[in-house]
Design a binder for this molecule. Sequence first.
Ligand SMILES: C[S@@+](CC[C@H](N)C(=O)[O-])C[C@H]1O[C@@H](n2cnc3c(N)ncnc32)[C@H](O)[C@@H]1O
Length: 289
Amino acid sequence: MKGRLLFGVLLSQEVMHFLILGPRQLLMAKTHPKTLSGSVDALESNVESVRAADTAYTVDNAADYDAKRTIEPRDKRIHNFERDILLSALKNVSKDAKVLEVGCGTGRLLSEGLEAGYQVDGVDASGPMLEHLKAKLTEEQRRHVNLIVAEAADIPKPDASYDFAYTIRLLNQTESPEYALTVVDEIARLVKTGGYFLIEFVNEARPRIGTARRPTTRLRPSEVARRGEAAGGEVITYIGAYWLSMQAYKKCPNPLLGLLSTTDRVLSKLLPRSCARSYVFFRKTGSAE
Ligand SMILES: C[S@@+](CC[C@H](N)C(=O)[O-])C[C@H]1O[C@@H](n2cnc3c(N)ncnc32)[C@H](O)[C@@H]1O
């Protein structure tokens, strides 16, 4: 009975995706980017000398990254969904906590943390993305925010440097699930005992028809949970986003966006493990399994 119910739910999800997206987008090819080559440096010291990873964004990506995610109302809805998840998790620490975003790019979310009053540092393998972020900071913020050009899997900071660390929209861009899980280790390493870490990824456990158009590294919530636990974390909660898929926002007419977004948030809350994007939220207990 339970099995039939679950099957029914998953089937209706796929049917909805099919109706919303159409067949074309559900039949797409998947490839992986090349292997990473690591290199780290401080943004302030010499951006030009940094050899970014193969998956790091280029100068061209950096130039239009913000515009693509903030001008259209649908992109704003997507942004706000992720911002709300982040700010709600951040409520677990005080405003003077040290926070780190790994794979922060131009600071789409890092800036939200700053605006909410947190001290947020950023790591990214792309100098150009961090240059854009730096240009957005006020003089005062520049004095407090550290921006580091580095590999997500090899961050030049001592253990337990932060009270809260997170990554959003990075792991799916990395070269492989193995690399992505190494980033989970690295994030856990940087968090103090008693601190928190939030890991976002594209959900391999979500039922889907066809394959992705772009290279996408996917992980299962259960494997992220196991990896974080092995690194000294305890799962506080699983969070989901885009049960109706991000493409649904792209296809939705503007007047219906509010309804779509509300429905999606409710469904994502009810069924976090079958959302397109997953988050595992950990507290660092320090007792690695
Ligand atoms: C899609 S953007 C996300 C940026 C930001 N987190 C956001 O949500 O807007 C992915 C970022 O990850 C960075 N990146 C890709 N591979 C990386 C790696 N191996 N180490 C560190 N950063 C990486 C890219 O340069 C890019 O800025």
